[in-house]
Design a protein around this ligand. Sequence first.
Ligand SMILES: CC(C)=CCC/C(C)=C/CC/C(C)=C/CC/C(C)=C/CC/C(C)=C/CC/C(C)=C/CC/C(C)=C/COP(=O)(O)OP(=O)(O)O
Ligand SMILES: O=P(O)(O)OC[C@@H](O)CO
Ligand SMILES: [Mg+2]
Length: 228
Amino acid sequence: MYDINGWKHVFKLDPNKDISDEHLEQVCESGTDAIIVGGTDGVTLDNVLQLLARIRRYTVPCALEVSSIDSVTPGFDFYFIPTVLNSSNTDFITGLHHQAMKEFGEIMDWNEIFVEGYCIVNSDCKAAHVTEAKTELDEEDVIAYAQMAERMFRLPIFYLEYSGVYGDVSLVKNVKNALSTTKLFYGGGIASSEQAVEMAHAADTVVVGNVIYEDLKAALQTVGAVKG
Ligand SMILES: CC(C)=CCC/C(C)=C/CC/C(C)=C/CC/C(C)=C/CC/C(C)=C/CC/C(C)=C/CC/C(C)=C/COP(=O)(O)OP(=O)(O)O
Ligand SMILES: O=P(O)(O)OC[C@@H](O)CO
Ligand SMILES: [Mg+2]
């Protein structure tokens, strides 16, 4: 599906993790709406290119979630650019983006680029450490970030990131209710069909990551549960 507004379920594949051809085929042919290629660390041009070439054997739409300037390459359907709204290091809000604009500005095709306003709420995840995210947030704080994403910055995506742990469903629902045009992506700790369905009722799009590498069968079952 090439309209990100219709995405209900996506898989996130980490170029820094190994996946066999057989497992990759099952992920790409699962019926998921798209694959996001991204990770916090160890993402290089080489491992991004290798994974892209392997995903391109299949017709599933594929987005690169840019986490370092050096690993950007042509060939993806979409480019997702994270800006971490609750980072305390300006590099991850606008700094690296400013550098990238100087390097790529001339060749950027804005039809395929989507900026994601991230709010990272799991203090223990890599992305929180790397971006020095301020994770001591209550519901009012998270909703304020969501409204900043939608109303101040008019971002297409607000990404509530619990990477590695399953989140607070009631909080996700309340964030969703505070948004009208910006799409809510939820990611973190989905490891079963039940969790995928529960979060899919709360958010616009659920992102399923680590369980692909830990329990592929469970990961694949989340697709039918959400979209079936
Ligand atoms: C050549 C060509 C076609 C060019 C296209 C033009 C283009 C799109 C250029 C890029 C322009 C641009 C503005 C780039 C942005 C530059 C940049 C580096 C921005 C900073 C990104 C950022 C904030 C990174 C911080 C980390 C982060 C939020 C990563 C997102 C992924 C994430 C949270 C993964 C979850 O963690 P994970 O790694 O899975 O953790 P585990 O391993 O523990 O599971
Ligand atoms: O890896 P998990 O915990 O499924 O999280 C998915 C995604 O939000 C990570 O950026
Ligand atoms: Mg991961």
